[in-house]
Design a protein around this ligand. Structure first.
Ligand code: CMX
Length: 466
């Protein structure tokens, strides 16, 4: 039997064992996320409906021609309940900053220092900081729902190794919609008020399966198709993920917990969140909606930038050598800009300061890998690149974003396959965009259909006579 065939049998057997355990000890209903959501949704729906009734006709902004041609920057046109991005202080998840969440969200007892993504998901969904037991119940549910159907495993095993991991990831997510509860319910004519329940079930199932999908892709491409092994019901989501990828260093698992929290959500207008929301508005199921998000994340101006940063840094090292002076780095940055390329990991469509997601990764690096040569290089670049971008005069934000740091941390722990980095971003992004998608259905958002105009139409609209 070849490795690929062996792997599937092994994963399936253990996960089925897990299902039996589930029926013996299902989570306490007061600690179940869906129960809490069932209470929250009617309250929030009432608030939204009352607000619309009272203020639905109020104007909240003006739109200029530049905004229309400029990628709709600054147009307030979406409702996203899970997070909000401030240009100066960065992302807030349900009102909490990243440093606050690193303190408040539950960690693995007794030695964990980083928050668990399960806790962040609970917060994004409900607006409440969960208890240790509530987080545990999510870990367990995700472990129990992680099984991958055989047709998806076969499909992944047949993809050529040269196919980009993000293409494999997106295709597998699309193929997983054979499992959609939302599709099943829609076809039987379920009431609109219940859509969210099926969107929730699909979202939970999909999030649970993503680490297994990602690990199969990783091992097929970079580890000769070896088995990712079994899901352990006692481990949290991130720990199962790092084990399936083949990494046993607990510091790496801690990094993964942090990584999977900070990449989860960035309000609603970024490409991946917006794509998921838009496609979902056609009542495409959560699998199809999330696959759309992943296709957007795979672009170099969005999530692929984390891969591009490391490729760029490796090129820099090759060209300059191991020891780089400030002068060498300046020259290399200018050369990149003069070739008409962007400095990957710098700039942002909304942020106008150093990304707090960059800063918390820097904090992690200072604690765990202060002497790592690549980390030192990234720190040097942080001192130099913003001034050059300011002198260059184009980028509205010369400061580093989340992608400027993540690759260096992964590289330190031995995950050196840069093409895979965006898949990790994608696993995390599921938490935010699928929490939002569940709320989209709970609030009964309609098909999204903004008005577009031709240039001719715009010229007429502003009253220019030819
Ligand atoms: N290096 C060089 N030039 C840059 C730049 C950078 N890092 N960031 C912006 N610019 C340029 C833009 O290309 C644009 O040039 P043109 O006028 O010639 O088209 C000009 O500055 C103005 O752009 P902006 O308004 O400051 O930035 P945008 O909102 O258009 O784009 C972003 C934002 C992130 C795409 C851009 O800063 C960029 O390309 N950065 C590098 C890629 C990157 O790190 N992406 C990850 C973002 C985080 C994420 O979503 O994952």
């Amino acid at each position: 039997m070849n490795f690929k065939g062996f792997r599937y049998v092994f994963v399936k057997k253990i996960i089925l064992t897990g299902n039996r355990t589930y029926s013996q000890s299902s989570p306490n209903k007061y600690e179940n996320l869906k129960d809490v959501l069932s209470q929250k949704i009617p309250q929030h729906l009432k608030l939204v409906n009352d607000f619309k009734k009272q203020h639905g006709q109020k104007k909240i902004g003006d739109i200029t021609i530049d905004m229309i041609y400029g990628g709709m920057r600054g147009i307030k046109g979406l409702v996203t309940e899970t997070s909000e991005l401030d240009p100066d202080s960065g992302i807030k998840f349900r009102g909490y900053t990243i440093p606050e969440l690193r303190t408040k969200l539950p960690k693995v007892k007794p030695n964990g220092h980083e928050p668990l993504p399960e806790g962040l998901f609970w917060l994004l969904m409900t607006g409440e900081i969960p208890t240790q037991n509530q987080v545990k119940s999510v870990s367990r549910e995700w472990a129990l729902r992680a099984e991958i159907p055989s047709h998806v495993v076969t499909m992944l095993n047949n993809f050529p190794a040269k196919m980009h991991p993000m293409s494999q990831f997106s295709a597998a997510i699309t193929a997983l919609n054979t499992e959609s509860k939302f599709v099943e319910a829609y076809q039987t004519g379920v009431s609109k008020s219940k859509y969210w329940e099926y969107a929730y079930e699909d979202s939970m199932n999909l999030i649970a399966k993503l680490p297994t999908l990602a690990s199969i892709i990783y091992r097929n491409i970079y580890r000769e198709g070896t088995s990712p092994g079994a899901i352990d019901l006692e481990k949290d989501w991130s720990h199962n993920f790092t084990s399936m990828l083949g990494y046993e260093d607990i510091s790496f698992t801690e990094l993964m917990r942090l990584y999977l929290c900070i990449h989860a959500d960035h309000e609603g207008g970024n490409v991946s969140a917006h794509a998921c929301h838009l496609v979902g508005s056609a009542l495409s199921d959560p699998y199809l909606s999330f696959a759309a998000a992943m296709n957007g994340l795979a672009g170099p101006l969005h999530g692929l930038a984390n891969q591009e940063v490391l490729i760029w840094i490796t090129k820099l090292q090759k060209e300059i050598g191991a020891k780089s002076t400030k002068d060498d780095l300046e020259k290399f940055i200018w050369k990149t800009l003069e070739m008409g390329q962007v400095i990957p990991g710098y700039g942002h469509a909304v942020l106008r300061a150093t990304d707090p997601r960059y800063l918390c990764q820097r904090e992690f690096a200072m604690k765990h890998l202060p002497d790592d040569p690549l980390f030192k290089l990234v720190s040097q670049l942080y001192e130099i690149a913003p001034n050059i971008l300011l002198k260059h005069g184009k980028a509205k934000n010369p400061w580093p974003n989340v992608d400027a740091h993540s690759g260096v941390l992964l590289y330190h722990y031995g995950l050196k396959e840069m093409n895979f980095y965006t898949v990790l971003f994608g696993v995390s992004r599921a938490l935010g965009v699928l929490a939002s998608l569940t709320w989209d259905r709970a609030l009964g958002f309609p098909l999204e259909r903004p008005k577009s105009l031709t240039t001719e139409g715009l010229i007429k609209l502003v009253g220019i006579k030819k």
